[in-house]
Design a binder for this molecule. Structure first.
Ligand code: BGC
Length: 359
């Protein structure tokens, strides 16, 4: 056998091996049917929803729509540069789709850019990523959420009351959308003097312990003269309520929330938190999984996920938007969480007096 012929047959064998192995090589299998990895990038672990709900719900739904696709879940612990490295590692390891909850809505554009280089689509999950060619967005309308919180607080306070506003993380698009929503209700009340704003603080990383400190300061500055608290989510409400408890005020001041976390639901049943806003996280995760599963197969996601061709503009592109419906949850309708499968009755009612809400 001449050297040239040997070389040619070796090439043929290598070529054949390549074809046979391609479906197993995650990096080179992009766009092909089946296999591969989808990476779910969580933002932090100081808010219960991400690890306790979104993670298991998304993993479960991916099994339903793409059983042969592996789901990797990483958590940035509120550190944008950590999230950037996690995204880069996922791309290097051949992830086929990134599902990102950005820590920083602006800085995360670098993740989208990096993914674009490898032709890996990015789904912005729950939080939008600004000024970048994001492929899809799955989220509730944040302004609607804020409006529900604001209206609730308006109707549970009276003329002359002092209201403290505790906003979420300044780097999260949602925190601003929620703020737009509740301020559309509260600002006119502040301007007309029907209510007095006695605090308006932003909470880096949505950190409950920071929210607690913020509330302690507000209480001190105003000698505990507070009659209503707008807390942008449940995690922070937990911190704020701890501050109220220390002054013997827990359960005496109306306070809002968001997410219907187990801890918040139990506080609502015990009477220390007044309400929460809820959208089904099971549904949110399921919609994202449907999109991711389609993308892994190189297909377009089902159009039914984007009613009336709904999009959101992120400063660069109109991103197709799969929406969710927010509702107010309090003691009277908490059974909806059990019906949705978000929470088990046993879990919710553990330690709660019989006859309270759905317990
Ligand atoms: C989410 C909330 C969550 C908050 C803190 C927001 O972007 O919409 O559900 O409580 O982040 O993680």
């Amino acid at each position: 056998m001449s050297g040239r012929r040997m070389c040619k047959s070796a090439l043929i064998v290598m070529g054949l091996l390549g074809v046979m192995l391609a479906p197993f090589a995650s990096g080179s299998a992009r766009g092909q049917a089946g296999g591969g990895t989808v990476t779910f990038l969580l933002p932090e672990n100081v808010t219960a929803r991400w690890e306790e709900q979104d993670k298991p719900f998304f993993t479960e739904s991916m099994k339903k729509y793409a059983a042969n696709v592996k789901v990797d879940v990483v958590n940035a612990l509120n550190d944008q540069s950590r999230q950037q490295s996690q995204a880069e590692a996922a791309l290097t390891n051949g992830a086929r789709v990134l599902v990102v909850i950005p820590v920083d809505q602006v800085a995360a554009a670098a993740i989208v850019k990096e993914a674009g280089k490898s032709k890996v689509p990015v789904i912005a999950y729950d939080r939008l990523i600004k000024n970048s060619p994001v492929d899809y967005y799955v989220s509730v309308d944040g302004v609607d959420v804020g409006r529900l919180q604001g209206r609730w607080l308006e109707s549970h306070t009276k003329t002359g009351d002092n209201i403290a506003v505790v906003n979420g993380s300044p780097t999260d698009d949602n925190a601003h959308l929620f703020n737009t929503g509740y301020m559309s209700v509260l600002d006119p009340l502040f301007k007309s003097g029907k209510r007095t704003q006695i605090g308006n603080v932003w909470t880096p990383g949505w950190d409950p312990s920071k929210a607690q400190q913020e509330m302690e300061q507000i209480l001190t500055q105003h000698s505990n003269n507070v009659q209503g608290i707008l807390s942008a989510n449940d995690g922070m409400a937990g911190g704020i309520i701890a501050a109220l408890q220390a002054q013997g005020l827990a359960g005496k001041i109306p306070i809002t929330g968001l997410d219907a976390t187990l801890a918040a639901d139990q506080r609502i049943l015990r009477g220390t938190q007044s309400m929460t806003v809820w959208r089904s996280l099971r549904e949110e995760a399921d919609k994202a999984a449907q999109i991711a599963a389609a993308l892994v197969r190189g297909r377009k996601p089902p159009e039914s996920l984007f009613p009336n061709g709904k999009t959101v503009n992120n400063g660069m592109v109109n991103v197709p938007w799969a929406p969710l419906r927010p509702i107010v949850v309090d003691r009277t309708n908490m059974a909806v969480l059990i019906q949705d499968g978000s929470i088990g009755k046993g879990q919710l009612c553990n330690g709660i007096p019989h006859g309270t809400g759905p317990c």
